[in-house]
Design a protein around this ligand. Structure first.
Ligand SMILES: Nc1nc2c(c(=O)[nH]1)N[C@H]1C(S)=C(S)[C@@H](COP(=O)(O)OP(=O)(O)OC[C@H]3O[C@@H](n4cnc5c(=O)[nH]c(N)nc54)[C@H](O)[C@@H]3O)O[C@H]1N2
Ligand SMILES: Nc1nc2c(c(=O)[nH]1)N[C@H]1C(S)=C(S)[C@@H](COP(=O)(O)OP(=O)(O)OC[C@H]3O[C@@H](n4cnc5c(=O)[nH]c(N)nc54)[C@H](O)[C@@H]3O)O[C@H]1N2
Ligand code: SF4
Ligand SMILES: [Mo]
Length: 819
């Protein structure tokens, strides 16, 4: 295979989305290589990407909509029947119980997000109000802490940092930043740089580290409190940074001044001198960057640990310089958050433009952006301002409420209807979903819509989630495969794969240059499948929600040119504010008409490009998209469409990072009243959940060399560790009389299953680990390989604050199977 017929795309197995080139031969992804022109991955891939054909092709692929029969089996039906029956049944549920009883889950995974735009319009058309996705079982605690501190998402510049910290994070296997392995190797090889890893086991990354803090599982709160207390008590704090850039240090100082570091050390199992020395190393560093992930986010006290983690880099002044932490621009925020205050809008117009931009993000992320962009163009200002005024009048009270909720408490005032769980970033906590259904409460969810996710496998307590699916009046799943979730649905809608449609993710967290990658379809859709934007468009068309005259007018305008289109869209929505929520659908149906065939799903990116150009005008201009009014947004959109690889959409200067702090005075708010008392009370806080019955701590879901959630179902993909063995320390193995390759019965209060043992010196006594992504079948239902981790977990073990699960901390018992 020559390189000439290779096409540019990206790997979809983890959120890094490394650029790759693929040569397609007879619908096979025949030859896969790293794309050297990709601006962030620069040719890098890991070994997992090379056999992506096992995702694209195989007996797992669905080729027809399916409808459940009363006997539990499925009947193939055609698309028109599926669309008609589903909209009718949703209409009945809405009429009887209200649209807010229709719950949406998913919409993204590791590689596909564009469908979520039309799904949003569909949700709104139904009157649905609650949704969630995998972020609400890992990142919402961190999202809440971020909202308290500075109101945005932070990441680290690991490539240039002198000292790096990985907290419950194993980037050698799980990546999460570009070119993770070469960057880790460079740090490890440089005697002047220091890698610190906090992990109970000797992970691949811990094995490379200069300092490994081998914490007891679940005891990170004490370790992190000890580190922060050392900074405070040994005068290692960057007081000048805090004075210039933050509020609230006195409260923080007073809390940590009384923390007993020796007692913290005893609880977390890390030597006190090592804690003090590590804090000293961080404080002495010219630059420091850190990453927290599932090791703490799936463990007890996770929201508190996120806070302590962030204090570590804030108190040492490691923000906003090369090699430190940063906030970043985004083409579209992943969770509901107000955009940063657009700095360059003339002061006189700032409040109005601000309110529109914020309301726009809140409502659609689309309309407000275009309006506010238009307000900045002298030529368009008058007519658009008149139209915008009417929209504003309708949006202002809503926007004000949204902004207040977001800024004051990260939106956490919203609660779920039945269990009153905190909704963070707009997402219902995953561990609460089944509880919101399995009840006779009148406000329980009555329908489940699931897209690009496998929650009957990925959420805590799979059996309970299956029960919830059975309890709702209607469950619909959109997927490429008949997954563990799909087989419990009433209808299954087969999606075109991520290489058969135009797609993108919004996991772009780089600074100072941020990138966006729109992938193009590499091969025609598998017959019988549809791309998600088209699926949602068909549902919305059937609901007959927008008059043909409106669509015709917009379509004509789209063919006349982008500016004409912009004005027509704005005036249409000004006259009909009820259409604002449907903007993604309008764009798909009308602007989509002017795009290359099979790129229609990208239409919504025009509005996001406009929003981006408005929000970060200087950085977008520096990236090469300048001009007035709609011009830079149009140019950015064209560039996204034109290039097969990722493009740089913002180029910031490091100083500008402060403009991304979502506070009027651009200062961090570091005293968090909900969490400081928890720090002060740590010595009285429970640190052990094991018992005589369940004496071991099970981490259910470790990232290994060949795991990728449940995206690849074919077990032949895994070259090693095919069955996903249970790793156990030599001490525990000896005590239980277990050896490599033995079978054992693993039990937790939720479930019991047979596992294969791997004795590993990487594990500490008392801690055992299973990989993620196992326990899925491939050709025959029930013929699974390995253990499904959530047969063993519980929805009740969760963070008290954010409701995120303790997948890494499950009390468990292991018994040899003698045969
Ligand atoms: N190969 C591979 N890569 C992936 C994925 C995949 O499925 N496979 N999935 C992607 C996704 S969705 C995510 S969210 C990321 C997750 O990426 P990571 O968070 O890095 O993945 P894990 O291996 O689940 O957990 C990291 C570490 O936490 C440690 N740990 C367990 N208990 C504790 C504890 O109590 N305290 C501390 N400090 N550490 C603990 C584990 O030993 C493990 O080494 O990976 C992404 N990348
Ligand atoms: N016990 C335990 N549970 C965990 C974890 C753990 O460590 N331990 N990790 C958690 C984490 S961090 C995450 S992110 C979640 C991940 O769990 P989920 O969010 O449920 O995601 P995936 O397993 O990645 O499932 C992705 C689904 O998308 C489907 N898919 C692939 N391509 C397409 C497409 O183009 N269109 C459509 N419609 N569908 C497609 C796949 O077939 C698959 O069913 O799991 C969580 N669950
Ligand atoms: S699995 Fe992740 S790190 Fe590996 S090639 Fe794919 S996107 Fe890159
Ligand atoms: Mo994840």
């Amino acid at each position: 295979m020559t390189g000439q017929d290779a096409q540019r795309t990206a790997c979809v197995l983890c959120e890094c989305n490394c650029g790759i080139t693929i040569a397609v031969r007879d619908r096979t992804l025949a030859s896969i290589r790293g794309d050297k022109q990709h601006p962030t991955s620069q040719g890098y891939t890991c070994e997992k990407a090379l056999r992506l054909d096992l995702y694209q092709n195989g007996p797992h692929r669905l080729t027809s909509p399916l409808k459940r029969r009363p006997d539990g089996g499925f009947t193939e039906i055609d698309w028109d029947t599926a669309i008609t029956e589903i909209t009718d049944r949703l209409g009945e549920i809405r009429a009887r119980h209200g649209g807010d009883k229709i719950f949406f889950y998913g919409g993204g995974g590791q590689g596909n997000h564009l469908g979520a735009a039309n799904a949003y319009a569909f949700r709104k058309a139904l009157g649905s109000r609650y949704h969630s996705n995998a972020l609400a079982q890992e990142k919402t605690g961190e999202v809440w802490v971020d909202a308290q501190l500075y109101g945005g998402h932070t990441k680290g510049d690991f490539e240039h940092a002198e000292v790096v910290l990985f907290l419950g994070k194993n980037p050698w296997q799980s990546h999460s930043f570009p070119r993770a392995r070469p960057v880790l190797r460079q740090i490890a090889a440089d005697p002047n740089r220091t890698m610190i890893v906090v992990d109970p086991r000797v992970s691949d990354t811990a094995a490379m580290a200069d300092i490994h803090l081998q914490v007891k599982p679940g005891c990170d709160a004490w370790l992190m409190a000890g580190l922060v207390a050392t900074l405070v008590q040994e005068d290692l704090v960057d007081t000048q940074f805090l004075a210039e850039h933050s509020h609230g240090y006195p409260e923080v100082r007073d809390t940590f001044a009384t923390i007993d570091i020796a007692a913290c050390a005893a609880t977390c199992g890390v030597d006190e001198q090592l804690i003090r020395g590590t804090a000293g190393r961080i404080a002495a560093a010219r630059s420091f960057a850190s990453y927290e992930d599932l090791g703490i986010q799936h463990a007890p006290h996770s929201t508190l640990v996120s806070y302590l983690h962030k204090l570590l880099w804030i108190l040492t002044g490691n923000f906003g310089r090369p090699g430190t932490m940063y906030l970043h621009s985004s083409l579209s925020p992943l969770v509901n958050e107000p955009p940063p205050v657009p700095a360059v809008i003339p002061r006189r117009r700032r409040p109005a433009a601000d309110a529109v931009a914020k309301a726009g993000t809140r409502l659609t992320g689309v309309v407000g952006a275009a309006l506010a962009a238009a307000v900045r163009s002298p030529r368009l200002r008058r007519p658009v301002e008149a139209a915008a005024g009417r929209v504003l009048a309708a949006l202002a009270p809503l926007a004000a409420r949204a902004i207040r909720a977001q800024l004051l408490d990260g939106g956490a005032q919203r609660r779920t209807p039945v269990t009153r769980a905190r909704i963070i970033g707009g997402l219902v906590p995953c561990n609460s979903i089944a509880d919101e259904i399995l009840t006779d409460h009148p406000d329980r969810f009555r329908a489940l819509w699931i897209d690009s996710a496998n929650p009957a496998h990925s959420l805590a307590d799979s059996a309970r989630f299956r029960e919830a699916m059975a309890a709702v009046d209607l469950a619909v799943v959109v997927d490429v495969a008949l997954t563990e979730t799909a087989r419990h649905a009433d209808y299954v809608l087969p999606a075109a794969s991520q290489y058969e449609k135009t797609e993108a993710t919004f996991f772009n967290f780089e600074f100072p240059r941020n990138v966006f990658h729109l992938r193009r379809p590499l091969l025609p859709e598998t017959p019988g499948t549809l791309a998600e934007p088209e699926i949602y468009a068909r549902l919305l068309r059937r609901m007959n929600i927008v008059e043909q005259t409106v669509l015709d007018r917009l379509r004509t305008a789209a063919h006349a040119g982008r500016n004409t289109y912009a004005i027509t869209l704005l005036t249409t929505i000004a006259a009909r504010p009820d259409l604002a929520d449907l903007a993604p659908f309008l764009l798909h149906e009308t602007l989509g008409d002017t795009l290359p065939p099979r790129m229609r799903g990208a239409a919504v990116l025009w509005a996001l490009s406009q929003l981006c150009a408005l929000t970060y005008p200087t950085a977008v201009a520096r990236a090469g998209y300048h001009g007035r009014g709609f011009i830079p947004g149009n140019a950015l959109f064209d560039a996204i469409l034109a290039d097969g690889t990722a493009i740089v959409f913002t180029e910031h200067l490091w100083d500008e990072v402060w403009q991304l702090v979502r506070r009027a005075d651009r200062r961090f708010t570091i005293a968090v009243p909900d969490l400081l008392p928890q720090v002060a009370g740590l010595q009285q806080t429970r640190s052990r959940w094991t018992s005589d019955d369940y004496p071991l701590v099970l981490s259910a879901g470790e990232r290994r060399a060949f795991t990728a959630n449940t995206i690849i179902r074919n077990p032949d993909w895994r070259r090693r560790d095919r069955h996903g063995s249970l790793r156990i320390s030599p001490q525990d193995a000896e005590h239980l009389g277990l050896a490599d390759g033995d079978s054992a019965q693993l039990s937790t209060p939720t479930g019991s299953t047979r596992v294969t043992i791997e004795v590993s010196t990487t594990m500490q006594a008392g801690h055992i680990a299973l990989p993620n992504g196992m326990g899925v079948d491939f050709t025959t239902p029930g013929d699974t390989t390995g253990t499904a981790p959530n047969d063993l977990t519980s929805t009740t073990w969760k963070d008290a604050f954010a409701g995120t699960p303790w997948h890494k901390h499950i009390p468990a018992r292991l018994e040899p199977i003698r045969s």
